[in-house]
Write a protein that binds this ligand. Structure first.
Ligand SMILES: [Zn+2]
Length: 137
């Protein structure tokens, strides 16, 4: 079930283009740039599962064991997700500002989430666009 897509433009139309150090190379038919088979070892679902487990206070090592990943890898996913989350939150806050000036502050979003979550760590999972949208209504 490997689906390869161009790492540059996301197109799934490509041709084989030789190999480099044993790794199959492909050339994209749309943007004509080269890429290699970079399908991640773990699917997005697995990485999200890791994040969910982490937010439910499962230790990194247990998550790694459960999912057959390395603790370092799990930690990397979590850090990346945290980064993405804070970026999305900033975007959401920007949208909120555009639509409802002076009504909502970043601090208010944090407070709201923490009050309604089961502690700070599970609150993080809700720190998403959804939270901001909820507040917009
Ligand atoms: Zn491409």
């Amino acid at each position: 079930m490997k689906r390869i897509s161009c790492t540059h433009c996301g197109s799934s139309e490509y041709q084989r283009n030789g190999s480099s150090q044993g790794i199959q190379r492909y050339i994209c038919k749309r943007c004509t740039r080269c890429f290699s088979n970079n399908v991640p070892k773990f699917s997005r679902e697995v990485r999200e599962k890791a994040l969910q487990m982490y937010l439910n206070n499962v230790g990194i090592r247990k998550i790694a064991l459960f999912l057959g990943a390395s603790p370092a890898g799990v930690l990397k996913w979590i850090r990346k997700a945290g980064q993405e989350l804070s970026e999305r939150l900033q975007q959401a806050a920007g949208q909120v500002e555009q639509q409802l000036p002076d009504v909502i502050e970043m601090d208010e979003i944090y407070t709201y989430v923490q009050k309604n979550g089961n502690g700070q760590s599970s609150g993080l999972l809700i720190l998403d666009n959804k939270v901001a949208l909820l507040r917009l209504k």
